[in-house]
Design a protein around this ligand. Structure first.
Ligand code: UCC
Ligand code: FAD
Length: 590
């Protein structure tokens, strides 16, 4: 029959309302803080050139580079161990976007600019500023680049000491030509210990007649397994077949991962790690089964030689963590202009803006810390004989682990708070927001955990025969003293002065047996004080803005010396050690 049949299938009605996504504009031009730091420090002629490059690059980072990183997240690396015909091939398959990232890194001179030193002592500051823009869009390609930067630094130090290696590899690591550019790995971690490298390294090195070595071992974490070369640690087997245990048995080796035909250098990729985040990044377990390598350190100086690499990669880790905070805040502030609740856009809710302001203060403190580390490093690298900047070298040795350990923790907290700024959307994977939290969580772990770096802070102090803390105090006071009589910064400057005296008198009075238990809070205090000093100095500059002053004050109103008081604090005593153990293992049965 006929009639007005209602169609059985109708379009689902989605309703007229759609949520707006947060937008990202040029991350350099929108970052007044980064720009003001550069303007303050760089000579005019350098600022002009660098400003232009970063303005261009800030756009490329949120455009082409960010798009590539989304593809890298969607097309995650996988390992094909055996081919269709049964041959062991260990083929690492990565996205074409991952390969493109390598080309872009070369074209942009991401590594090269740190070594060409076209901007003299400001070259590192330029490099790290550029990485700061790259990192949150770079889908973890910043990891191989960090290690490449560290390897270049190490080879530069060993220039002339070991024939061939520097000449061959350094020019590739610092190349601007995608066809010749190499990346490097950093293989330190083994199954028995990533913190305790000296206790955990089983890899053996057997000398060959031609002076090269064959390496045998199992590397438990190797990120960016597609690297062209790597620096790694192993124990040299002597002519009696013996090895030396501990740090004194470890030497540093250079090896190329593949030959010119792409065949692996007797290295097997056993598996790719299944990780919480950094999913774009191939991290593998490797079996080294007779790989040809060259020893580049003196015997037994492996850890010490690797520390120049650690300095660079730790600076990168801190920078990556700070840049993740910046990205989260950029997105959250944009979203606050789009999303409405209770009849007004979020940025009209004072409590929401208060929350964002706290995140901005944390981000600025982290950023200025990282930029200053890079500035100090750049100065060391051009220091000449007779003009060695020794006090600054001591300060740099101290602030690298401080920045790495403190900023990584800040970043996890800010990224987490940032997700909440988007409400439920912050928890939804295909907004690409949760990835920021997952990816930044690793910064607290790799390149040394928070505790290991807190102990490294103690190492920096004890190895320096006492001068490091004096130089640190002088540095802090020099930055804040001019502000103590400033009408708006005086309170903050005095707070930093008294905090630095408090923490140093604490360090002197603490019995040696208790330094370990307090190492983390001690490091946190040194970090917070230093960040306060940098923010005050920045806010006291003639071109400073009212927000610079406000940032410094907000930072310095917090407890700058958490848990540290004059003399022996009750939480850092032998009694506290016993109570901690009792508390942690309360009710625990083996
Ligand atoms: O995680 C890794 C890569 C991940 C991907 C990287 C991407 C990063 C960028 C991302 C951007 C988003 S690679 C694995 C990283 N592993 C670590 O960081 C290891 C953590 N553990 C430590 O740092 C430990 O403290 C050790 C391994 C250094 C401890 O070893 P030892 O052998 O017990 O330490 P010693 O005996 O105290 O140190 C041996 C020598 C000493 O010098 P001498 O012999 O002259 O007295 C130390 O002063 O090395 C010196 N030394 C240092 N020097 C040790 N650490 C340092 C240092 N940090 N700076 C200068
Ligand atoms: P452990 O040393 O077992 O530490 C466990 C816990 O014990 C930590 O909380 C630590 O702080 C604590 N602890 C240990 N010793 C002390 C102490 N003395 N005092 C107080 N607390 C202590 N490594 C590489 O070499 N190359 C790579 O490319 C690489 N890539 C990585 C990629 C990812 C995604 C991850 C997660 C790790 C990677 N690592 C890499 C390894 C990384 O550097 C180590 O995992 C890290 O250094 C910690 O070592 P571990 O895992 O052995 O932890």
């Amino acid at each position: 029959g006929s009639g007005n049949a209602t169609p059985p299938f109708a379009h689902a009605k989605l309703g007229p309302f759609f949520q707006e996504r947060p937008r990202l504009d040029n991350q350099y031009t929108q970052d007044v803080f980064l720009k003001s730091f550069l303007k303050r420090h760089l000579p005019k002629e350098h600022f002009h050139v660098i400003n232009e490059d970063l303005t261009r690059f800030g756009q490329r980072a949120v455009g082409e580079i960010y798009e590539l990183s989304l593809r890298m997240e969607a097309e995650q690396p996988r390992l094909e161990q055996i081919d269709a015909w049964g041959r062991r091939v260990d083929k690492l398959v990565t996205s074409t976007a991952w390969h493109r990232m390598k080309e872009i890194a070369a074209e942009e001179g991401m590594i090269a600019c740190g070594y060409e030193r076209a901007f003299g002592e400001w070259s590192r500051l330029y490099q790290i500023s550029k990485f700061y823009l790259f990192e949150p869009s770079g889908g973890l390609y910043g990891c191989p680049l960090a290690m490449t930067n560290g390897a270049a630094k190490t080879l530069e130090i060993f220039r002339g000491k070991h024939s061939g290696v520097y000449e061959k590899a350094f020019s590739r690591l610092t190349s601007r030509d995608p066809r010749t550019f190499w990346t490097s790995g950093q293989w330190m971690t083994e199954k028995q210990g990533g913190s305790d490298v000296a206790g955990g390294t089983e890899t053996l090195a057997v000398e060959q007649q031609d002076g090269t070595y064959k390496l045998y071992g199992y590397k438990w974490f190797s990120s960016a397994t597609d690297a062209d070369m790597t620096l790694t640690l192993a124990r040299v087997v002597d002519k009696h077949g013996r090895v030396q245990e501990g740090t004194k048995g470890l030497s540093l080796f250079y090896l190329e991962v593949r030959d010119e035909h792409g065949t692996m250098n007797n290295i097997q990729m056993l598996k790719l790690k299944n990780k919480l985040g950094t999913k774009q990044l191939p991290t593998a377990e490797l079996l080294i089964d007779g790989a040809t390598a060259q020893k580049i350190s003196d015997d037994g100086r492996g850890v010490w030689s690797m520390s120049s690499m650690l300095t660079i990669t730790r600076m990168h880790t801190a920078m990556g963590a700070a840049s993740a905070m910046r990205r989260m805040v950029s997105l959250a502030r944009d979203y606050a202009t789009r999303r409405k609740a209770f009849g007004k856009v979020l940025h009209k809710h004072s409590l929401h803006v208060h929350t964002l302001a706290k995140m901005e203060v944390e981000t600025r403190a982290a950023t200025i810390f990282v930029l200053e580390v890079a500035r100090l490093l750049g100065r060391q690298e051009v220091a000449t004989e007779g003009n060695e900047l020794k006090a600054e070298a001591d300060v740099l040795r101290l602030v690298v682990p401080l920045a790495k350990l403190y900023v990584s923790k800040q970043s996890v907290a800010v990224a987490s708070e940032g997700l909440e700024c988007f409400g439920g959307q912050g928890y939804i994977e295909d907004t690409d927001l949760p990835r920021i939290l997952r990816d930044t969580q690793v910064n607290a772990i790799w390149e040394g955990t928070t505790n290991i770096l807190s102990l490294d802070v103690l190492r920096a102090i004890t190895k320096s025969s006492g001068s490091v803390l004096d130089h640190y105090r002088d540095d802090v006071l020099q930055r804040v003293s001019p502000a103590t009589s400033h009408s708006e910064l005086g309170v903050a400057a005095n707070a930093v002065e008294s905090a630095v005296n408090k923490v140093l008198s604490y360090a002197v009075k603490l019995p040696a047996r208790c330094t370990e238990i307090s190492a983390r809070e001690f490091a946190y205090s040194l970090a917070r004080i230093y960040m306060g000093a940098l923010l005050i100095e920045h806010a006291n500059h003639k071109d400073a803005s009212p927000t610079d002053v406000y940032t410094a004050n907000r930072w310095c109103e917090q407890d700058l010396t958490p848990l540290i008081t004059h003399g022996e604090h009750k939480n850092f005593t032998s009694k506290a050690e016993e109570l901690n153990t009792a508390l942690v293992f309360d009710g625990y049965l083996h």
